[in-house]
Ligand binder design. Structure first.
Ligand SMILES: [Zn+2]
Ligand SMILES: [Zn+2]
Length: 360
């Protein structure tokens, strides 16, 4: 559909770096830019933007001063951890963090000022961080920061956050647990798998009751089962909520080749999710569609999955072209029938527990 899609990237994203042996590798974002350039994607439909870094005031839309100061201090020291052992305090991690958060704010500004309809910040999507803690490779929670920024600077009231990362969006859920911002998270869940939260019973509290929708999935969940849950829960709940903007955390560690998560998705799911949310944004939210990165621990694979999403949203090269088709997975993965049954039961349970997850 008409409208420009922005790709927001700065070379300082490479400073969001936890060392050579750490699974989080910011080079995947650079690979995505390189791949899109190689595919000659940047044209009248897709544009590349470089963001300014976020400032302390932006960070404090969500985080406490005490925590921001702690990250600054640890970043100068350049050793130790920002949490209990997942998120190292490397030299300049503060600058790297401000750069990736700035990318999410830049993406929001581009959309809200009408320069573009859709925007993607591959450095964002750091959904595990909370007000006063780093967690799971996430220093500052740009998903929550950008939602508050949209409320403060542009007066938005209804933002739908759809989190498709293989892990539960626990930080974002915690920050907005009492807020009527719709949060939907699809993730691997068995009560132990990191971060251990994200069951169907977590639905929010007070003004936020019913605005946390969790879709817990078993290991090896495949395209068919995942898309069943997505179509049965995500689409009706967005139609019911009528957001002014759709915010999509697009972590791709749910892909079958990811080394950390153990879900079994292929690019088929990423194509369908991006085109469905893109269409819903045009139908309901005046086209306003903001996409952030997230997990993904096989850098070459991540860049391919993100390129598929970006091309679906921007339409910058035709999907019939051989160079688009070359990006897609061409595999037949084993499908355990029990998984679909289990996901169907979960969908029923979510509808019973949460009024906002029901069809009208
Ligand atoms: Zn569009
Ligand atoms: Zn993840």
């Amino acid at each position: 559909m008409a409208g420009i899609t922005a790709f927001v990237y700065h070379q300082d994203y490479l400073k969001y770096y936890f060392g050579p042996t750490h699974p989080f590798k910011p080079v995947r974002e650079k690979y995505t830019l390189d791949l899109l350039k190689e595919l000659r994607v940047f044209n009248e439909k897709a544009k590349y933007y470089e963001p300014e870094p976020a400032n302390e005031e932006d960070l404090m839309l969500v985080h406490t001063k005490k925590y921001v100061d702690f990250v600054k201090k640890m970043s100068d020291v350049g050793s130790g951890y920002l949490d209990y052992g997942d998120t190292p305090a490397t030299k300049n991690i503060y600058e790297g963090s401000c750069s990736v958060v700035g990318g999410s704010l830049c993406a929001a500004d581009l959309i809200m000022t009408g320069k573009v309809s859709h925007a993607f910040n591959p450095g964002g999507g750091l959904h595990h961080a909370t007000e006063n803690n780093a967690a799971g490779f996430c220093v500052f929670n740009d998903v929550a920061i950008v939602a508050r920024y949209l409320q403060r600077n542009y007066g938005l009231k209804k933002i739908a956050i759809v989190d498709i990362d293989g892990h539960h969006g626990d930080g974002t859920q915690k920050i907005f647990y009492r807020d009527p911002i719709l949060k939907i998270s699809l993730h691997r869940y068995d009560g132990h798998f990191y971060p251990g939260t994200g069951s169907t019973e977590e639905i929010g509290e007070e003004d936020g009751e019913g605005y946390s929708i969790n879709i817990p999935l078993p290991a090896r969940t495949h395209d068919e089962a995942y898309l069943f849950a997505f179509n049965e829960i995500v689409i009706p709940s967005i139609r019911r909520y009528k957001p002014e903007l759709i915010l999509n955390q697009f972590g791709v560690d749910s892909h079958y080749q990811d080394p950390l998560v153990g879900l079994s998705l292929t690019t088929k799911t990423y194509e369908e999710i991006s085109s469905t949310l893109h269409n819903l944004a045009h139908e309901i939210s005046n086209g306003k569609f903001l996409i952030l990165g997230g997990g993904g621990y096989n850098p070459v694979n991540v860049s391919r999955c993100w390129a598929v999403m970006f091309l679906n949203v921007s339409g910058a090269i035709p999907q019939s072209s051989p160079k688009y088709k070359k990006l897609l997975d061409d595999v037949k993965l084993p499908k355990e029938s029990k998984i679909l049954e289990k996901v169907m039961e979960t969908v029923d349970l979510i509808r019973k527990t949460n009024i906002n997850a029901r069809k009208k």
